[in-house]
Ligand binder design. Structure first.
Ligand SMILES: [Zn+2]
Length: 230
């Protein structure tokens, strides 16, 4: 689930008997195949794991302590505004559907009135054109509204599901493959940045169901210093 930010390909785990676990690393698989295709994006597994674990803990703590704020962020909207928008969209959808069937009836009546001579051909022509135009417009609006409502409802379900997963783990002592899959959609590793004088790397952690993205900076030097101090 770890990807290169530049080519989008998976990062490839380099592990060998020569490397101790501290030296195990990931590199871009395009680069591993052909060095001209991308750059290495080299990152040590221990450094990446520490970042992911720390961001995961931050996220789960935030969700536990600020659940309604988290929902608002995930939905990119306040709950109040959301429910108002939803209500308006559902109302408009129902109205549009009703108007379409009304227009069908009106058209039939118009046709009958024209046949019986109650209205002229000219008037029939004009009115039927208006009805058709109105119906056409409504037929375009309906799928848009339905999609909007569906997407919102799905996002609601997804956010609730994510909160459910957070509740399942009262604490995260270490990263396990199970925890990674439960919480994280993908991890994106950026190319190293040496502008600060030493090597740092931006890491994006995309949480499951697209509820949030955390961005952190991996710093191998900081990691090693901490390890030495410990
Ligand atoms: Zn790449």
């Amino acid at each position: 689930m770890v990807y290169c930010a530049d080519c989008g390909k998976k990062m490839y785990l380099c592990r060998s008997k020569r490397l101790n676990s501290d030296q195990e690393h990931l590199k871009c698989s395009s680069y591993a195949k052909d060095k001209d295709d991308c750059s290495a994006h080299f990152i040590r597994t221990v450094v990446l794991e520490e970042i992911v674990l720390s961001e995961l803990r931050k996220m789960t703590t935030f969700v536990r302590e600020n659940e309604s704020e988290f929902i608002e962020l995930a939905m990119q909207n306040s709950q109040q505004k959301q429910s108002a928008e939803m209500k308006a969209a559902k109302k408009r959808l129902a109205q549009s559907e009703k108007r379409i069937s009304e227009l069908d009836k009106l058209f039939t009546r118009l046709y009958e009135d024209n046949v019986s001579g109650k209205i002229s051909d000219e008037r029939f022509e004009m009115m039927s054109k208006n009805y058709e135009a109105e119906q056409k417009e409504l037929r375009q609006i309906i799928p848009e509204l339905s999609q909007f409502i569906e997407a919102r409802e799905q996002k609601n379900v997804d956010t609730a599901q994510f909160i459910g997963i957070v509740r399942k783990y009262s604490e995260i002592p270490k990263l396990t493959p199970e925890i990674m899959h439960e919480f994280i959609e993908k991890i994106v590793v950026h190319a190293p940045d040496k502008s600060s004088g030493h090597r740092t790397q931006q890491i994006d952690i995309c949480f499951r169901f697209n509820v949030a993205v955390a961005t952190a900076v991996a710093d191998s030097m900081v990691y090693d210093k901490k390890r030495k101090a410990a």
